[in-house]
Design a protein around this ligand. Structure first.
Ligand SMILES: *Cc1c(COP(=O)(O)O)cnc(C)c1O
Length: 427
């Protein structure tokens, strides 16, 4: 008797599609979603009691693995003192200070409850600060599901966007300019035409919602120059990459290649909450000072800075701050990607992969893609067969080829070896 299937049928009767976030429904890969019963370390167990090596980690947050003892203890302690107050707490200040210590571009920060909320608030703040409406995003980048951000490219370069979702008015989408990713010419053209109307450019420094695609260094450098030159704010969406690819986020990786590089605003989420609903945005003090109650840009939240969530996030940050944490995590992640490459090569399968810190991606194509249209040329059915081949062998990769993967500090070399043995069979 398949308990996952039973639960999925029950769920579909009361929840649209049976899930509370679409990708969980396995629509892309087919088959029955696994209902998670519990998780520990690098593993979770589904409703049948089957164990999986977890390469999603709640889509990024679980960088320490599940149920890390120091985090569990911090959360249990916080719970006893109260779930939510709607009044300030010392821990919010502590978390703000901890984030600022690692991200020099963040001079002030505000805590919210989800990445969507943080991204949406950043756009409003950028518009309020600049007095402009237009902003740029890139094809294949996901910044949460706020109306203005659910916009896809029109045909041709530098066209105004169309809503990607029903229910988004064209009047909202028309202020969003969608450009091809890593295309300097298109970027320059857009600034040439619209530079004076641009409030901001929002970008995932390493795009993790179209698998794993880095911003090229020349593109990032030119983007920073153009934003400064035209008075548009550069917003890095580090919801996925923040505290995941490095302690200082992807911005610290780019600052090594581009001297002085810093965004004006940063969007954070996922790891910052350690698995609890917590996200944040922050940046230049003069910009953050436009937020209520200091300035005229309104933003608020009943559960913002929640005491249990901040305890979880802080305890997680304290662990990843320890010397050598990211070196070890990056090495383990690289050994997974290098191992997969070697197995694929052995089997004569076109394959490429990349990683940074504890985040990785792989493609069933010979070289790494640099933009969304190339990612879209992936052989979907082949990916789905590989996904199910791995799932059948107890390895849980993201159930869609457009998603990045995550290794945690709880993944051992033995877990990687088990994964590679499974891949040898699945390929
Ligand atoms: C996950 C994600 C978001 C949205 O965060 P939620 O907490 O799911 O609302 C925004 N931007 C990026 C880059 C993300 O990966």
């Amino acid at each position: 008797m398949d308990r996952n299937q039973q639960l999925f049928e029950r769920a579909q009767a009361c929840i649209p599609g049976g899930v509370n976030s679409p990708v969980r429904a396995f629509r892309a890969v087919g088959g029955t979603p696994r209902f998670v019963q519990r998780a520990q370390g690098a593993y979770f167990w589904d409703a049948n009691g089957t164990r999986y090596i977890d390469y999603i980690g709640s889509w990024g947050p679980m960088i320490l693995g599940h149920g890390h003892p120091a985090v569990v203890e911090a959360v249990q302690k916080a719970l006893v003192d109260g779930f939510s107050f709607g009044a300030p707490t010392e821990r919010e200040v502590e978390l703000a200070e901890a984030v600022m210590a690692h991200l020099p571009s963040v001079e002030q920060i505000r805590l919210v409850s989800s990445g969507t909320e943080a991204g949406m608030s950043c756009i409003r703040l950028a518009r309020g600060f600049t007095g402009r409406s237009l902003f740029i995003k890139f094809e294949g980048h996901y910044h949460g599901h706020a109306d203005a951000l659910l916009v896809k490219a029109g045909s041709g370069l530098a066209t105004f966007g169309h809503p990607t979702s029903a229910g988004v008015p064209a009047e909202v989408a028309q202020h969003t300019l969608v450009l091809p990713f890593n295309d300097i010419e298109a970027l320059e053209l857009a600034f040439q035409k619209h530079g004076a109307e641009l409030a901001a450019v929002m970008i995932e420094p390493i795009a993790g919602n179209m698998n794993f695609v880095r911003t090229t260094v020349p593109f990032m450098k030119r983007l920073r120059e153009l934003c400064t030159q035209h008075g548009a704010l550069l917003i890095l969406d580090e919801v996925m990459t923040g505290f995941r690819v490095a302690l200082g986020g992807a911005q610290s990786v780019y600052a090594k290649a581009i001297p002085g590089f810093a965004p004006d605003l940063t969007v954070m989420g996922k790891v910052i909450g350690g698995g609890m609903p917590l996200a944040a945005f922050g940046g230049r003090r003069d910009i953050m000072g436009k937020l209520a109650p200091l300035g005229g840009v309104y933003q608020a939240g009943t559960l913002s800075g929640n005491p249990v969530a901040t305890a979880c996030g802080l305890a997680t940050l304290r662990e990843i701050e320890k010397p050598g944490f990211f070196d070890a995590l990056a090495a383990r992640t690289r050994s997974l990607v290098d191992g997969l490459k070697a197995v694929a090569q052995d089997k004569g399968i076109a394959f490429s992969g990349d990683s940074e810190g504890g985040m990785f991606g792989f493609f069933l194509m010979p070289t790494l893609p640099q933009n969304y249209s190339t990612v879209m040329t992936t052989d979907g059915p082949a990916f789905n067969r590989f996904f199910h081949g791995m799932l059948d062998r107890g390895v849980y990769f993201a159930p869609a080829l457009y998603e990045a993967g995550f290794v945690s500090a709880a993944h051992t070399q033995a877990d990687i070896d088990t994964t590679l043995a499974a891949a040898r069979e699945a390929f």
